[in-house]
Design a protein around this ligand. Structure first.
Ligand code: ATP
Ligand code: RIB
Length: 279
C-alpha cells in the first residue's frame, strides 16, 4: 500500500453561502452556515486516505481544539501526530461560497508547527513514498521536512497555497509543485520546472498537455485543489506516470465540486474509478 506523509493545518472551517461576494461597504445576509474541521493539509490527508493510501498527518492545535483534531484523524483512519500549543488558538478559516459555487477564503493560521516539531514525524517521512506539503505552515517547517525526505529519497509534492515566494534552491529539492493559475503566476515560470498546474473548470496542465475537467454540476469548489493533490500524491506513490495520475486527480476533484463543503465532498477511490469507466 502507498504511504503518504502530510504536514499542514487543521482547524475549524466555517462556511456561509451568499448570493454574491461583497462590494465595498456592503453587508451581506448569509443563507446558510456550516462548520467542519478543515485546512489544506488535513483535507489532502483525507483525500489521500480515501484514495487508498496509508496516511500520516502532522499538525498543531491549541487546547481549544486538540481533542476534536485527534478524534478526527482517528475517525478517518489517519495516523495523527499532534503537537499541543497550550496557549494558542487553533487555525480557523472563514469561507464564503456564492451561487456559482465559487469561494472567498480567509485563514487564520493559529497554533503553528515549528522546526523542532518535525522531529516527531521524521520516521513517518522516511518510511513514506511521498511527502505532501502546502504553504499553510511556516516555510522553515517545510524546509526541514524536505531535507528529511531528500535524505531518504522520498518524493516531495508541494501545493504552494497560499502563494508565497518559492526559492529556486528549494524547488530543486521538490519532485512536483502543484499550483493553481494564480499561484503559478505569483511564483513564476523561472522557478517552476517540475510543475502540474490546476486550471479550475478547465482541468489541469501537465507537460504542456491539458487534461480536461469532468463535466459536473458545480455546487462548491472549496477543497477541489486539495482533493486533486491528495489523489495525485497516491497515484505518484503507486508509480503511475504523471498523465495517468492527473486523469485520476482531475476526476476526483471534479466529483468533489458537485457537493457542498469539503470533507464530505472528497470521493472514495471506487467513486472515481466508476466515473472514469462511465466516460
Ligand atoms: P481550491 O482552492 O478551491 O481548493 P484550487 O484553486 O487550488 O482550488 P482549482 O484549479 O480551482 O484549484 O481546481 C482544482 C481541480 O479541481 C481542477 O484541476 C479541476 O480538476 C477541478 N475543478 C475545479 N473547478 C471545477 C469545475 N468547475 N468543474 C470541474 N472540475 C473542477
Ligand atoms: O483549500 C480549502 C481549505 O483552505 C479550507 O478547508 C480552509 O480551511 C482553507 O485552509
Amino acid at each position: 500500500m502507498a504511504k503518504i506523509a502530510v504536514i499542514g493545518i487543521c482547524g475549524n472551517s466555517t462556511f456561509m453561502t451568499v448570493d454574491h461576494f461583497h462590494q465595498n461597504g456592503e453587508t451581506l445576509k448569509a443563507d446558510s452556515i456550516f462548520t467542519e474541521l478543515g485546512g489544506k493539509g488535513i483535507n489532502q490527508a483525507v483525500a489521500a486516505k480515501r484514495f487508498g493510501a496509508e496516511v500520516s498527518f502532522l499538525g498543531a492545535a491549541g487546547a481549544d481544539c486538540i481533542n476534536s483534531c485527534k478524534e478526527f484523524t482517528t475517525k478517518n483512519a489517519i495516523n495523527g501526530f499532534w503537537v499541543k500549543k497550550e496557549n494558542e488558538n487553533t487555525a480557523s478559516a472563514f469561507i464564503l461560497t456564492d451561487k456559482n459555487g465559487e469561494n472567498r477564503v480567509t485563514v487564520y493560521r493559529g497554533a503553528e508547527l515549528c522546526i523542532d516539531d518535525v522531529e516527531i514525524f521524521e520516521d513517518e517521512i522516511k518510511s513514506s513514498d511521498v511527502l505532501l506539503l502546502q504553504n499553510e505552515v511556516p516555510e522553515a517547517v517545510n524546509e526541514k521536512a524536505i531535507e528529511i525526505a531528500n535524505e531518504s529519497n522520498v518524493k516531495v509534492i508541494l501545493n504552494p497555497a497560499p502563494a508565497r515566494t518559492l526559492k529556486k534552491e528549494l524547488c530543486d529539492k521538490i519532485y512536483l509543485v502543484v499550483p493553481n493559475e494564480q499561484e503559478k503566476e505569483f511564483i513564476g515560470d523561472a522557478v517552476l520546472e517540475n510543475c502540474i498546474t490546476t486550471l479550475g473548470s478547465k482541468g489541469c496542465l501537465v507537460n504542456g498537455e491539458i487534461i480536461p475537467a469532468i463535466k459536473t454540476n458545480v455546487v462548491d469548489t472549496t477543497g477541489a485543489g486539495d482533493t486533486f493533490c491528495g489523489v495525485l500524491a497516491v497515484c505518484i506513490a503507486e508509480g503511475m506516470d504523471l498523465k495517468t495520475s492527473c486523469v485520476r486527480a482531475v476526476t476526483a476533484s471534479g466529483l468533489s465540486v458537485s457537493k457542498k463543503h469539503v470533507i464530505d465532498s472528497i470521493p472514495k477511490r471506487e467513486e472515481v474509478e466508476r466515473r472514469m469507466k462511465n466516460e
